[in-house]
Design a protein around this ligand. Structure first.
Ligand code: ATP
Ligand code: MG
Length: 590
């Protein structure tokens, strides 16, 4: 096994899938598998060496959109299980539906999985697969089903098929084409493949049981005609397998031991099992066959997690593209300054269960804060600036103050912050008439300029409208932080500042939640109406000079304000633009 790319972020809470895997490993359920070195039918694995992977899982997105936060749960689960149990997780594109798929999505998905800290190389082999590479086998398997009397070509219209499917309480009605001969079915299916029939004129259906209590077993369609160009297979095919037919075959060819999917596929499991049993018993696929296990999808408040809705947000220009920092996509998260560690922490915390529930968005934010707190260097930024003039500090003079890069990690050292006669402070750090309990600047009061000097407020200026435009003070030259005797000054307030002459003025985007409602679109509203109009506020802030050479994607804690990342798209060398990832504490509802 190649060494794990990342360590588990916390002790694992066990879950039902881990229990199943541990039982399988104890029983040796998969111990006898052989692996031919790449996915393939039974004959490709027969006689090969024992599978070096103790389990095989897969992450199988359809390349029809960008990955969202929900996919992160599935990625952490599948890749994490393979890592923890000496297995391999396959990265597989479930690209069986030509119309909506695109290379752009393939690229972004691979990027996102790598960004989360996972990869699909094991034992020197890349386990990156495309379902479209299995089209030949899927076709052969369909002919096999026809030959064994388990599939037929149906020419009913879509409406007829729907009407004849029956209901939960009534059995379905057999199609008039259900009893065609094997020869006739084979001929028609080949004609379908050869483009001799129109789209929608016929489908291939599995022949199972029109009276089954599970409607999915009432002769599901397995192949349809689609005269579409596939993003990888080109125009080779004009028939394409249905998802429910393709997916078990993909798992079978890849010898997936534990095929983990979301709960909505539970009703499909009997067909999954039926199909794999036919193909394993027929000698087409190697035993033991894969098993499907379902878990609850991630539902998060204040966002939507469905590719269809995310596409609407992009196409309707409600956001600036898939990687808009407000989007619940992994590409958006990356620009926002969220971290892979934060997502892995969330996946651990929320666990894996069999029943649907909602996770509050603040849980995700807490995980991001925890992860960023570890790594982000501390910096000072004044977001709402007010001028402070140190009247007794000589014109033209400057000196350095020193501030720790991380309060808990002294090994990360200090950086120099220049001090001079004119500074920027936060507007909220001065009050002309202080309210009770206000310890910051007001006329006559003393505070410490954090990591710098103690000052005493001597006055302020106002414009015609009564707005404070500047504050004046004197400093005590023997009060500099870190110098002997400086602690003899006892002050209650401690405020942030940056030197006006040295400050780096830059654009800062203050992002907030994309939706203002916890359940966008609930109560029959259009979810678009629940968009938060204040999800982005753009300001110009004064940053300490150490921030001016921040590299794209570097994250910092702006003291007291939150965690910010240098935008990976819009920052220029020497001129970073910052995005707020998350505030320091959950300020929502406060
Ligand atoms: P959507 O429903 O948003 O369109 P999808 O299920 O169609 O997503 P796929 O590309 O088919 O997206 O998904 C790839 C894998 O990610 C699947 O195994 C799927 O079960 C899983 N997945 C998708 N959404 C979630 C979610 N919200 N929580 C956990 N896993 C998810
Ligand atoms: Mg889907």
């Amino acid at each position: 096994m190649s060494p794990p790319k990342n360590k588990p972020v916390a002790a694992h809470a066990t879950n039902f899938i881990r229990n199943i895997i541990e039982q399988d490993l104890a029983k040796g359920t998969h111990a006898l598998r052989t692996w031919g070195g790449k996915p393939g039918p039974a004959k490709a694995h027969a006689g090969a060496a024992p599978d070096p992977a103790r389990i095989r899982t897969r992450f199988p997105p359809e390349p029809n959109g960008y990955l969202h936060f929900g996919h992160a749960k599935s990625i952490c689960l599948n890749f994490g299980l393979a890592r923890d149990y000496g297995g391999v997780c396959h990265m597989r594109f479930d690209d069986t539906n030509p119309e909506k798929e695109d290379q752009e999505y393939v690229d972004s998905i691979l990027d996102a999985v790598r960004w989360l800290g996972y990869d699909w190389t094991a034992n020197g082999n890349e386990h990156l697969y495309y379902a479209s590479d299995y089209f030949d086998f899927m076709y052969e398997a369909a002919e096999y089903l026809i030959n064994t009397g388990l599939a037929y070509v149906d020419e009913q219209s879509a409406e007829e098929m729907r009407a004849n499917r029956g209901t939960l309480t009534e059995p379905g009605t057999a199609s008039p084409h259900r009893s065609r001969s094997v020869e006739e079915n084979l001929q028609l299916f080949r004609e379908m493949r050869d483009g001799k029939h129109a789209e929608g004129s016929m489908v291939l259906r599995a022949k199972i049981d029109m009276a089954s209590p599970n409607i999915n077993l009432r002769d599901p369609a397995i192949y349809r005609i689609k005269k579409a160009t596939h993003h990888r297979a080109g125009d080779k095919w004009c028939i394409y397998p249905m998802y429910t037919y393709a997916h078990p075959i993909e798992d079978g060819l890849e010898e997936i031991s534990h095929s983990i999917c979301t709960l909505e596929f539970e009703d499909q499991r009997p067909f999954y099992d039926w199909l794999l049993d036919q193909l394993v018993n027929g000698g087409l696929l190697a035993p033991p066959r894969p098993r499907q296990y379902e878990f609850a999808r991630l539902n998060l408040t204040y966002v939507v997690l469905s590719k269809r809705k995310l596409i609407q947000l992009v196409e309707g220009k409600h956001v600036d593209g898939w990687d808009d920092p407000r989007m619940p996509t992994l590409a958006g998260a990356r620009r926002r300054g969220y971290t892979p560690e934060g997502f892995r922490l969330l996946a651990e915390r929320i666990g894996v269960s069999k029943s649907d529930s909602w996770i509050d968005f603040s849980q995700l934010e807490d995980c991001m804060r925890e992860s960023l707190n570890e790594t982000a260097l501390r910096r000072v930024a004044v977001l709402d600036p007010l001028k402070l003039v140190v009247d007794n500090y000589p014109y033209g003079q400057e000196e350095e103050c020193h501030a720790p890069n991380h309060p808990q990690k002294h090994e990360l050292g200090k950086r120099a912050a220049p001090f001079s006669r004119e500074l920027w402070i936060e507007r909220e750090d001065f009050m002309e008439k202080p309210s009770t309990g206000y310890f910051r600047l007001f006329p006559g009061n003393r505070v410490r300029l954090r990591y710098g000097f103690v000052i005493e407020c001597t006055g302020h200026e106002k414009d015609g409208a009564g707005n404070v435009t500047a504050v004046h003070c004197n400093y005590f030259s023997d009060s500099k932080s870190g110098t002997p005797g400086s602690d003899t000054y006892k002050v209650k307030g401690n405020i942030h500042w940056v030197s006006a002459r040295h400050a780096c003025k830059t654009e800062v985007r203050l992002y907030d939640r994309l939706f203002k409602e916890p359940h966008p679109g609930s109560g029959n509203r259009d979810y678009i109406q629940d968009l938060n109009p204040e999800s982005r506020r753009v300001i110009h802030a004064y940053l300490e000079p150490a921030l001016s050479d921040a590299k794209p994607e570097e994250c910092f804690q702006f003291e007291r304000h939150g965690y910010f990342v240098a935008d990976r798209a819009d920052s220029k060398p020497g001129a970073p633009v910052f995005n707020r990832a998350v505030t320091l504490r959950d300020s929502w509802n406060k």
